[in-house]
Structures are given as structure tokens and as C-alpha cells.
Design a protein around this ligand. Structure first.
Ligand SMILES: [Fe+2]
Length: 375
């Protein structure tokens, strides 16, 4: 029996933070978790009577155990807080979700699988990138001391409300914007060909792919400024990716990107933008007639060109490199003898994702072949 599909978060779209603050009567009883630069640009001018937690005062990068402990302790000193509002990227939204859970004394209560969980406060998530889609799911990720990097999906941690505000992504630098949106594209692509893909969530995945590929083609034609026409579309596509992630994790592209990104200090979005086309070209060569065929035709239709499955992913590879040129592996100082070691490490550490790939089982020689294509 296939599991039920439920779109858990409510979502609305707005033009400005001011509009959001007015519509949701943001003020006393609200704790806004954000970054100081976002506060200065969008929130301070509104003189809201809220409490604030500035993420960057405590942590740079993804949340770790010590940060979560600090945030829980700070929140415990504010018993008047009834609503937690995360305004930021995935790390900030994950913190908001964690703080909205009832009776959580430590992040280990979450990641240790204690349960049952209940909501203690309302939670609103407002993304300021167009990549994670974290505003749409109940997944909380963090770096624990003993467990390492962990992610846990909890229904009760799903935000009560996701708010997509175009204004909040208009200052993202071009490359950052493109890599965030590429991450969203990869979420839509990988979850839609996963063996656990939910047929209802693939509707969102396919539409996310259509939107992003279509807008990328327009950006290639008209230049980087073109993205300002489509801020709401990119936020929507990112949220679609988040819906998909609630039902199926990512696959081999994310698995390889995690390993590469952490070893060569390349961002999550850029790593995925590098790995997605070579991974899907490998998939297409292995099994061009499976669910990947529908996805290829979405890309071909957006391009307005007749293509077979293999050609469609070659087209995607060229499109990504045209709009945001990426280095090849050798330009990172990586040489071919390193590939078997990379592949072994990915197989050792990323099985959770690899088992969700379009082609399973993924073997060492498969991964080496993808690295060679990127050399
Ligand atoms: Fe991702």
C-alpha cells in the first residue's frame, strides 16, 4: 500500500516583509530568528515589538549541538513567546522548527528519537534563499557530537505557515542565487526518480523542474538581471522541492555532492549543480526507459527542441554551465587516481541517499564513471 500524501504546511506568497508583518500581526509574543543583515534591511525599519535571536551571533554554518543547546536555553528564558518565526536559510528555519516543539530540553530529545512530539509554539518559516524548501517540511538537520550530521523528519515540526516573500531574495548575488535554485532543481529531480517517489509529490517535482529549466533558459537568453522577473517562481519551485523531500530523500547526486562539498569547501548548491547533470546522464545511459524518460521530456519541452532522454540531460549540463560556469574536478587539483577512494568514501557514508537513487544498487565503478565524466 502506498503511503498517504498530505501537503502538511500552509503556504502563502507575498511581495514584502512589511506586508507579511501586517498580515500576520507580528509583534509581542513573537520570537524572530534571523541574521543581523536581514534584520537591518527588512525588519528594523518596521519597529516590531518582538524578541530576536540572531543566528550569526552564535553560529556560522549549519546548527550544531552546542548551538541548539544555547537556542533552547535562550528560548526557555522567554516564557511569553507563543510563536517562533524563522527568517533565513535552512539552518534558521530548522532552528525555528526545533524551538516550536514542546518540552524539548536538548537536541538529543529530537535526534535521539525520543518522541512522542507535540507543538508548544506556533511556527512560521520565511525562506531567504530559493533552494532548501525547508519551509515546507518537518525535517530538522544538525551536527551532533556523537551522531555526526543527522536529519530527522517530525510531523509536529512542520511549520504552521510558510511565507514566500519575493523581496527577501532580490539581494542574493547572482552565483548564490543560481546555486540555491540549482539545489531546488536537484531536489525536484532526485526525489521524482527515487524508488520511493510518491506519485502525488512527483507532480510538484515535475512542475518545479519545468519552472526552473524554463527560467534558466530565459536567463541564458537575456542575462543575469532576468532573474528579477521570476523571484516568486523560483521561491515556488524551491517550495515544491521541499514538498517532494517530505516523501523521498535525495539520491546519488546529493550523496556525491555532500562528500565533494565538505572535502573541497564548495557550497551545497554549487556541489549539486556540478554533480546533477553527470549523475542523470549516467542514469539515462543505464535505463533511459524508466521514470527518467518523463523528466527528460519536461526538459526537452522547456527547451522547445525534440530530444531523446540522453540528449535532454546533455542539454541540461550545457544549460547549467552556460548560466553559471563551473570548474571541472581537475581544476580543484583532483586527479584520476583519487576517484576510487572518493567512491569508497561515498559508498561508506552516504548509503541513506544512495539507496534512493534511480539506479540501485549504485556500485563503486558507477561512481568512478561519474567522476571521470566530470574530470
Ligand atoms: Fe539539497
Amino acid at each position: 500500500m502506498i503511503k498517504s500524501f498530505r501537503m502538511r504546511a500552509s503556504v502563502c506568497e507575498m511581495q514584502s516583509f512589511k506586508e507579511f508583518a501586517e498580515e500576520f500581526s507580528v509583534g509581542k509574543g513573537d520570537l524572530i530568528i534571523t541574521e543581523r543583515f536581514l534584520y537591518e534591511d527588512y525588519i528594523k525599519p518596521l519597529s516590531l515589538d518582538c524578541d530576536y535571536l540572531f543566528y550569526g551571533d552564535y553560529r556560522v554554518g549549519e546548527p550544531d549541538e552546542d548551538f541548539f543547546d544555547t537556542a533552547i536555553a535562550l528560548c526557555a528564558e522567554m516564557p511569553h513567546i507563543t510563536r517562533v518565526i524563522g527568517v533565513g536559510g535552512g539552518s534558521i528555519m530548522d532552528t525555528a522548527k526545533l524551538l516550536s516543539l514542546k518540552d524539548i530540553k536538548s537536541p538529543l530529545d529530537v535526534f535521539g528519537g525520543k518522541g512522542p512530539y507535540a507543538r508548544g509554539k506556533k511556527c512560521i518559516c520565511v525562506p531567504t534563499t530559493c533552494g532548501t524548501g525547508s519551509e515546507m517540511d518537518g525535517i530538522i538537520a544538525g551536527e551532533m557530537k556523537v551522531m555526526g550530521k543527522v536529519g530527522k523528519g517530525i510531523d509536529e515540526a512542520t511549520p504552521d505557515q510558510a511565507v514566500l516573500i519575493s523581496e527577501l531574495i532580490d539581494k542574493l548575488p547572482y552565483r548564490t542565487f543560481m546555486f540555491c535554485s540549482a539545489d531546488a532543481l536537484v531536489h525536484c529531480m532526485e526525489t521524482s526518480v527515487s524508488p520511493n517517489a510518491h506519485p502525488f509529490s512527483t507532480v510538484y517535482g515535475y512542475e518545479g523542474i519545468r519552472i526552473i529549466v524554463d527560467r534558466y533558459i530565459r536567463i541564458r537568453e537575456n542575462g543575469p538581471e532576468e532573474r528579477y522577473q521570476y523571484l516568486a517562481d523560483f521561491l515556488r519551485a524551491s517550495a515544491y522541492g521541499g514538498i517532494c523531500l517530505s516523501y523521498a530523500p535525495c539520491g546519488a547526486s546529493h550523496a556525491m555532492a555532500h562528500h565533494f562539498g565538505s572535502n573541497y569547501h564548495v557550497s551545497h548548491g554549487e556541489s549539486n549543480a556540478m554533480f546533477v547533470a553527470p549523475t542523470f546522464q549516467f542514469y539515462a545511459r543505464q535505463n533511459p526507459e524508466g521514470s527518467i524518460k518523463d523528466m527528460a521530456q519536461i526538459i526537452a519541452k522547456a527547451a522547445g527542441v525534440k530530444m531523446d532522454t540522453i540528449e535532454a540531460f546533455q542539454y541540461l549540463s550545457e544549460l547549467l554551465n552556460d548560466i553559471v560556469p563551473m570548474k571541472r574536478l581537475k581544476e580543484y587539483g583532483i586527479s584520476e587516481p583519487a576517484f576510487p577512494g572518493f567512491a569508497e568514501r561515498v559508498l561508506e557514508t552516504q548509503q541513506r541517499l544512495l539507496v534512493q537513487s534511480y539506479i540501485t544498487p549504485i556500485r563503486k565503478e558507477h561512481l568512478i564513471g561519474i567522476y571521470r565524466d566530470m574530470y
